[in-house]
Design a protein around this ligand. Structure first.
Ligand code: PGA
Length: 252
């Protein structure tokens, strides 16, 4: 039996000024240092403006830090963008790519997401590749097709369980308080793992972590995290309070 260590990842989105962002990061790092640590890996993805300060603030703890996005190139004429090498240079271990808000706000296609994930991995980062259907797509019975095509279109060629995490985030559950039922989550997670098995082989697919994201909170996390193919969470709103994020981590 393969044991996948769960990953609880906080996606702060465009939230956090210096004072509250650093207090949040320090609060989590202090809890980790005081122990006992939850049975999962913990990651925070602050806005770019706070990454360097958060890396400093959590030094000496096991809290990992990541970016919410990255460019597909290492450097060059791309005003306003941040390369994976820059994230790695700051001390990041992860980069989220293809979040549905990026796909919508910045028209990121699967090909763009794949290029970003590939670049993140080349810089030594673990890419968290996000996929998920909209409510209209779910209502039209397209959930599996959409997730399959986003997965296959966004997954880098060199994806391994060590350099890639998948995040299934139904768009209708993000920030809405409307969480997927355990049955809905498990159904899609199992289908994603089946696709990964076809693409990467059984051993790699069994080891690759698949996170659930979308209105995960302390009061629903335990049930979701107990599902056989749910290997952690990508948390938005509930990652902005130490007690909520810690409560989710403790559900592992
Ligand atoms: P939410 O966001 O937890 O606020 O629903 C999840 C995400 O977008 O990653």
């Amino acid at each position: 039996m393969t044991t996948r260590r769960k990953l609880i990842a906080g996606n702060w989105k465009m939230n956090g000024l210096k004072a509250d962002g650093l207090a949040l990061a320090k609060g989590l790092a202090d809890k980790l240092k005081a122990g006992p640590a939850p049975a999962c890996d913990l990651l925070v993805c602050p806005p770019f403006t706070l990454i360097a300060a958060v890396v400093d603030a959590v030094a000496g703890s096991t809290l990992a830090v990541g970016g919410q996005d990255c460019h597909a190139k290492t450097s060059g004429a791309h005003t306003g963008d941040t390369s994976p090498a820059m994230l790695a240079d700051l001390g990041c271990g992860y980069a989220i790519v293809g979040h549905s808000e990026r796909r919508t706000d910045h028209a990121e296609s699967d090909a763009v997401v794949k290029a970003k994930a590939t670049a993140a991995q080349a810089a030594g980062l673990i890419a968290i590749v996000c996929i998920g259907e909209t409510l209209a797509q779910r209502d039209a019975g397209q959930t599996m097709d959409i997730n399959r095509s986003q997965l296959l279109g966004s997954l880098p060629d060199g994806a391994t369980p060590e350099n890639t995490v998948i995040a299934y985030e139904p768009v209708w559950a993000i920030g809405t308080g409307r969480v997927a039922t355990p049955a809905q989550a498990q159904e899609v997670h199992a289908a994603i793992r089946a696709e990964l098995t076809k693409k990467l082989g059984g051993e790699a697919a069994a080891k690759m972590r698949i996170l659930y994201g979308g209105s995960m909170k302390p009061d629903n996390a335990r049930e979701l995290l107990a599902l056989p193919d749910v290997d952690g969470g990508l948390i938005g709103g509930a990652s902005l309070k130490v007690a909520d994020f810690w409560g989710i981590a403790e559900s592992c």
